[in-house]
Design a protein around this ligand. Sequence first.
Ligand code: GLU
Length: 388
Amino acid sequence: MSDSKRIVVKIGSSLLANTEQLTPRWAFIQRLLEDVQALRAQGYEVLLCSSGAVALGLKTIGERPETAGLRDKQAAAACGMPLLLNAYKQVAHEFGFDIAQVLVTLRDLEDRRRFLNTKNTVHRLLQAGIVPIVNENDSITTEEIRVGDNDRLAAKVAQMVQAETLVILTSVDGLYDRNPEEEGAQLVETVGDVTEYLEVTEGVSSLGSGGMLTKMQAANMAQNAGCTTLIGNGETDDSLLLSLLDGTRAHTRCVAHTLPASAWTAWLTDRLQMAGSLVVATDAVEALCRRERGIRREDIQSVQGTFVKGDVIHIYDEDGAERARGLSNFTAEETLILARNKDIPAKQLLGYQTSATLVSRDNLVVLEDRHIPWDTPPEDLIEQVDGA
Ligand code: GLU
């Protein structure tokens, strides 16, 4: 499934904007795009996932990163996006190629139809030999409906174009086995199972939104989609990308797992936000993990979220372990009505003819050890089926 010549590069804010002046780091952009052109000459198709819009725009609106609130950042993104893209465009032209801007929101990645729509646009740009530069449309997103960090956004893009490699350029050499400021901290060169390193990844960078945790989550998503992630320092005198790809510069390499069953399963399993969840009786969970059947209304004990038909919901067993993810056939409200009135035909309850299966067997993916399970949602958001 993976295209051996496709590479996604994520660039953090602190590499693109000077921390104090909040102006573009032209020399960095120059060196980055020089490498991009070198890769293109070797036959790679390159996509960038670039942060920096908010940082650059803060200067325009007279705010500082330390004190800016959500509305400041939204306005800053609107100012900074053209600055950032203009910088890329000018430099790309010097190297003889063109760039294009693709702004996405959470829904464009989480909703299957919108995901495919975005994918078609990106593919058309690649076909025309243009370097797509993807970023979140921060001006119109709020806390609840945003991806928030470009690490996971870049992983989604890598999954979308079935890239072979995701490069995350950041301000450290890679993942350390403990806080890099602690004495004796060692760079982890190869990561097979990302889930083993989640505990050592706290901390967020001062200019951007991500930290090592979001990088590990991104690497896990990429791994699950058959893509290898290289996390490396963007503050270097060496070449930025070529030296990571040929392994001559220290970095962390999160190796790809075997390819997922399909691009659809990778999309379904790797989520950016939880639309909703169900707690299902353990014996029923076992049956669906054996792929014997889908989820029936008599199986479920509680419902959480405001999901709609077609949203991906997370399936927990009675012990709170996440076991599967699948597409809901109903809204959260309909799901509760069906579950609370098991003996009444679905048509009578909902007013239309439908099977009462809540999640069909073919629309369920059973989680494996390599997937990062999500915590159970807070108790107060859960609706018990028995009404208790
Ligand atoms: N989308 C944000 C920006 O362009 C950055 C998000 C992040 O730091 O990962 O500034």
